[in-house]
Design a protein around this ligand. Structure first.
Ligand code: ZN
Length: 168
């Protein structure tokens, strides 16, 4: 059974499992707008009517554009400000294939967060030339990340098909 999730602005946002909806309610991220009072769901400590429609308390901005524009700040955020070479605190961007060697300059796939010392050590070389290896695989962020964060949904199957189709 599923529950419809509305944005704070009452626009339909997603369909999640009843279990996920209850977690949103119990963690005070959402309120019940409509419930089936004849079907009770028991948790360890209480009984709840089955939520059919819940509404998020905080507005979620869902970017519908397919491609997230590249930015230095975006790369740092994507990599959680950890250096891709040593996992230390990163405050710079490394071009995996240096731009001086033909690497793309504004590409999610050619850039990673890096600390200053790794960045200087690597200099104008590729990771293999510098004898350094990437701890992470760079990826292009997907627009549905905002919704994933807001709903705590980690399994893609829990996201509605139309959303995956529009952002993938
Ligand atoms: Zn480093």
């Amino acid at each position: 059974m599923n529950t419809l999730v509305l944005n704070a602005s009452y626009e339909p946002l997603a369909v999640v499992s009843v279990r996920r909806a209850i977690i949103l309610i119990l963690t005070e991220k959402a309120v019940v707008e409509h419930a089936d009072t004849e079907k009770l769901i028991r948790s360890a400590t209480r009984e709840l009517p089955t939520p059919l429609v819940v509404r998020l308390l905080r507005f979620v901005r869902v970017p519908y554009r397919r491609k997230v524009p590249w930015s230095r700040g975006g790369v740092l955020e994507r990599d959680a400000r950890r250096c891709a070479y040593c996992a230390g605190r990163a405050n710079s961007i490394d071009h995996i294939v240096p731009t001086s060697r033909g690497g793309a300059q504004r590409s999610w796939l050619n850039t990673v967060a890096a600390c200053v010392s790794c960045n200087q050590r690597k200099a104008d070389r590729t990771p293999s030339e510098a004898g350094m290896s990437l701890l992470i695989e760079p990826f292009e962020p997907k627009a549905h990340r905002a919704l994933v964060l807001a709903l705590g949904v980690t399994v893609a199957a829990e996201l509605p098909d139309w959303l995956i189709a529009s952002t993938a």
